[in-house]
Design a protein around this ligand. Structure first.
Ligand SMILES: Nc1ncnc2c1ncn2[C@@H]1O[C@H](COP(=O)(O)OP(=O)(O)OP(=O)(O)O)[C@@H](O)[C@H]1O
Length: 629
C-alpha cells in the first residue's frame, strides 16, 4: 500500500471509488457481482466482423437499479445507444439529477440493462470479440466528490501547511515509470515533484487525466474534463484527447453539462434528461433538444438585471498589503496587495496553480501563513525594496488574523470551493435543512435545537452592516435576542430553499414568466431529504445555499458552477445578481461583497457594462496580483 496516499477520489455514492496510485479502473468487484454472467455470455461467442466495429452496443433497453422490483420505474427508458469505431461521442446531462453519471455507471456495470445487449458482442463488442476483458480495459475519470469513510469531515486545509510524512508522495512517484518522458508542465514550473496534496485543483485534474491515459485503457470515459481548467489548458487538452481518440490510444467518450460548449470534433451526442436519452448524430440531436450548445450568450441576455437595489461600495472588509506566501523556495504569492469592500463583486482570475485558492485561504484564515503577514517597514530595512514597500499586513475586518477567533471568521466569510465540497461530511442522518443551517456559523455538523446553529459567530457580522437581518442588529444577548435571531435564521433557510431549491428549478425550467406558488410541499419535502442521498448536482446547490443563508458580509465562491446543471446555474446567478430583490425576492444584498473564481467568463454573474462601479477583476500571475481595468 506504500503508493496509496490518503486521498480517495470517487464519482459519488453510486459509482466506483478511485484512488490515485491505485486504480482508475472498473470497479471489478461490483462489476463481477452485477453483470459477470451477462458479460461472459457476450464474450463466449465467435467473432463477427461488423459487430467488432462496435464500441458500445445497447440496441434498445431499459435500465434499472439492481434489486429494483418488477414494477420499478427504470432509470432510463428505451435507451438506444450504439457507438461505432471512429465516431466521437459526448454524453450531455441536463436534468440535474445526476443522469450523466448514471449513464456512465450503466457502462460500468452498476445498473441492470434489460434486455442485456445480445451476443456475440454484448455491451462492448470491440473488446469481447477480441477476447479482451472489459474489467481491465475501461477506465473512468470523474470529478465527483472524494468520499470519506463514514461520511466524516476531513481537514482540507492540511495542504496549506507543512506537508505530513504520509502525504509526501509526489505525482512523479505516484505515476512512477509511466512518465519517464513527461517533461515540465504548468508553465515554467514542474509539478511532478510536488506532493500530491499540494497540487492545485486544476493540477490535480490534469494529473488524474494523465494517469488514466498512461495506464493505456482501450476506452476512457472522461466526465467534465474541462471543469476547473484554465483557458489556455482547455484547447490543449481537447486536441490531445482528440488525437488520442483518433489513434484509439485510448478511445475517449467525454461527459459535458448542458451549458458547456461542445468540442468541434464531437460528431455524436447522447443527451440525457430525466429518464429520456436521445442519441445520434450531433446536428440532429441538437436540433431535437433545441439545446443551443456552444455558449450561454443568448441565455445571459434574457437574464438581464432588473434590480434597482444596486450595490454600493462601503467599508473595507479585507485589506492585504504586500502579502507573501512561500513554501521553502517556492513563492506562490509575492508582495500582493488587494482590498475587498462592501458591495463589490470580484472575479478572481489566474491560471491553474497561480495561487487563487491560496489567496482565499488567507482570507478565510485557514492558511497558517495568514497569521504571519504583518511586518513593519523597519524590520525589512535591509531589503533592497524601498522602505514603504516592505511593510505588509493582512487585515480581516480591520483586525489581524490572530485577533479573530476562527468561529467568528467562519460566520463572516462564507466559502464554497471544490475542497469544501469534497470535505463536507455526508452523514446519512443529515437532512438538506441541517446542511443549510450549518451555514450560519460556518459549522460542519448541525448545531442548536432547530439546526440553525448556536449563534456563536454573530458578533463579528453585527459590527458590520446587518441590513436585511430583520432587526437583529447588534448583539444577541439574552434569551430574547437569540429567539429573534433563531426565527430570522429559520425564515432565511426557507427563503434560500425557495429561491434556489426545487421550486426555483421548476420555475426556471418552464418559463421565466410563470412564477410557481411559493412554500409548496416540494420545498418542505426537499428540506427533509437526506443530504448524502441527493445526486451530486443537488448537493452542490445545497452547499451553495449553505454559503448564502447567513447573509455574511463576504461570500467566496470557488468554481461553484462545476457539476451544476443549466437550470441550477441560472437560478444561482439570478440570486447572486440580486435580480429579484427589487420585487421583494431574495438575493445577495447591496451590502455584501462577493468573489467568484471561475475559468469560464460566461459563468460570472456580473459584467462591466451592467455592473460598472461594483464589478472588477483581480488577476494573479507569477505570484503577483493586480486589478484589471
Ligand atoms: N504545501 C505546498 N507546498 C508546495 N507548493 C504548494 C503547496 N500548496 C500549494 N502549493 C502550490 O501553490 C500553487 C498555488 O496553488 P493554488 O491551489 O492556490 O492554485 P489555484 O490558482 O487555486 O489553481 P487552480 O486554478 O488549479 O485551482 C500551486 O502551484 C501549488 O502546487
Amino acid at each position: 500500500m506504500a503508493d496509496v496516499p490518503k486521498y480517495r477520489f470517487g464519482a459519488g455514492d453510486d459509482s466506483s471509488s478511485f484512488q490515485i496510485g491505485k486504480d482508475e479502473r472498473f470497479n471489478e468487484r461490483r462489476m463481477r457481482e452485477n453483470t459477470l454472467s451477462e458479460m461472459r455470455r457476450g464474450s463466449r461467442l465467435s467473432t463477427n466482423a461488423s459487430s467488432s466495429e462496435l464500441v458500445v452496443n445497447i440496441p434498445k433497453a431499459d435500465v434499472y437499479r439492481f434489486g429494483d422490483g418488477k414494477h420499478a420505474q427504470p432509470l432510463f427508458r428505451d435507451l438506444n445507444w450504439t457507438v461505432k469505431e471512429g465516431e466521437s461521442w459526448a454524453v450531455i446531462g441536463s436534468g440535474g439529477g445526476g443522469e450523466k453519471t448514471a449513464l456512465f455507471n450503466t457502462l460500468l456495470g452498476h445498473y441492470r440493462i434489460a434486455p442485456y445487449p445480445p451476443p456475440p458482442g454484448g455491451l462492448f463488442p470491440f473488446l469481447t470479440l477480441a477476447g479482451l476483458d472489459p474489467y481491465s480495459e475501461i477506465s473512468i475519470v470523474s470529478f465527483g466528490h472524494r468520499q470519506q469513510a463514514g461520511g466524516a469531515f476531513y481537514d482540507y486545509s492540511a495542504r496549506y501547511g507543512a506537508v505530513h510524512e504520509e502525504d509526501r508522495l509526489t505525482l512523479r512517484q505516484s505515476i512512477k515509470h509511466s512518465v519517464q518522458r513527461a517533461g515540465r508542465t504548468d508553465g515554467s514550473r514542474s509539478f511532478l515533484d510536488l506532493p500530491l496534496i499540494a497540487l492545485s485543483n486544476g493540477q490535480t485534474r490534469r494529473a488524474r487525466i494523465l494517469k488514466a491515459i498512461l495506464k493505456k485503457p482501450k476506452l476512457l470515459l472522461l466526465d467534465e474534463p474541462l471543469t476547473g481548467l484554465d483557458i489556455k489548458t482547455r484547447p490543449l487538452l481537447l486536441s490531445t484527447l482528440y488525437s488520442l481518440h483518433v489513434k484509439k490510444e485510448p478511445r475517449v467518450i467525454i461527459g459535458l453539462r448542458g451549458q458547456d460548449a461542445l468540442p468541434e470534433w464531437v460528431d455524436h451526442v447522447v443527451y440525457v434528461k430525466g429518464s429520456m436519452v436521445t442519441a445520434g448524430e450531433r446536428e440532429s440531436v441538437l436540433r431535437m433538444v433545441e439545446l443551443g450548445l456552444g455558449g450561454w450568450a443568448g441565455q445571459l441576455k434574457k437574464n438581464k438585471s432588473t434590480a434597482n437595489s444596486t450595490p454600493k461600495i462601503g467599508e473595507t472588509l479585507i485589506d492585504l498589503k504586500n502579502v507573501k506566501v512561500q513554501y521553502s523556495d517556492r513563492k506562490v504569492l509575492d508582495q500582493l496587495s488587494w482590498q475587498i469592500r462592501q458591495g463589490e463583486r470580484w472575479h478572481l482570475v489566474g491560471e491553474n496553480g497561480s495561487g487563487k485558492t491560496t489567496l482565499l485561504s488567507l482570507i478565510t484564515g485557514d492558511h497558517p501563513q495568514s497569521y504571519t503577514q504583518t511586518r513593519y517597514a523597519s524590520q525589512d530595512s535591509s531589503s533592497s525594496d524601498s522602505p514603504h514597500e516592505t511593510s505588509s499586513h493582512l487585515q480581516l475586518f480591520s483586525q489581524p488574523r490572530s485577533r479573530l477567533p476562527t468561529t467568528l471568521l467562519r460566520s463572516a466569510v462564507a466559502i464554497l470551493s471544490p475542497e469544501l465540497f469534497d470535505a463536507f461530511p455526508r452523514r446519512s442522518n443529515m437532512t438538506v435543512w441541517d446542511v443549510i443551517g450549518t451555514g450560519f456559523d460556518g459549522d460542519f455538523v448541525p448545531k442548536g435545537k432547530k439546526s440553525v446553529g448556536s449563534g456563536i459567530g454573530m458578533q463579528v457580522s453585527s459590527s458590520l452592516s446587518r441590513e436585511g437581518r430583520g432587526g437583529c442588529e447588534g448583539s444577541m444577548e439574552g434569551q430574547d435576542g437569540w429567539k429573534e435571531e433563531e426565527s430570522w435564521r429559520m425564515a432565511r433557510v426557507w427563503e434560500v430553499l425557495e429561491a434556489l431549491g426545487q421550486e426555483a428549478w421548476k420555475r426556471a425550467d418552464t418559463s421565466a414568466s410563470t412564477i410557481a406558488a411559493p412554500s409548496s410541499n416540494l420545498t418542505h419535502q426537499f428540506a427533509q431529504t437526506s443530504f448524502p442521498s441527493l445526486p451530486l448536482p443537488q448537493q452542490r446547490i445545497v452547499l451553495l445555499m449553505r454559503a448564502l443563508v447567513g447573509r455574511p458580509p463576504l461570500i467566496l465562491l470557488d468554481e461553484v458552477w462545476s457539476g451544476m446543471d443549466e437550470t441550477m446555474v441560472r437560478v444561482a446567478r439570478e440570486y447572486l445578481r440580486g435580480d429579484r430583490l427589487a420585487a421583494g425576492g431574495a438575493g445577495v444584498g447591496p451590502d455584501q461583497a462577493v468573489v467568484v473564481i471561475t475559468h469560464w467568463e460566461e459563468e460570472v454573474p456580473w459584467n462591466r457594462d451592467e455592473d460598472a462601479g461594483v464589478f472588477r477583476k483581480f488577476r494573479l500571475s507569477g505570484g503577483k496580483g493586480w486589478v484589471e481595468e
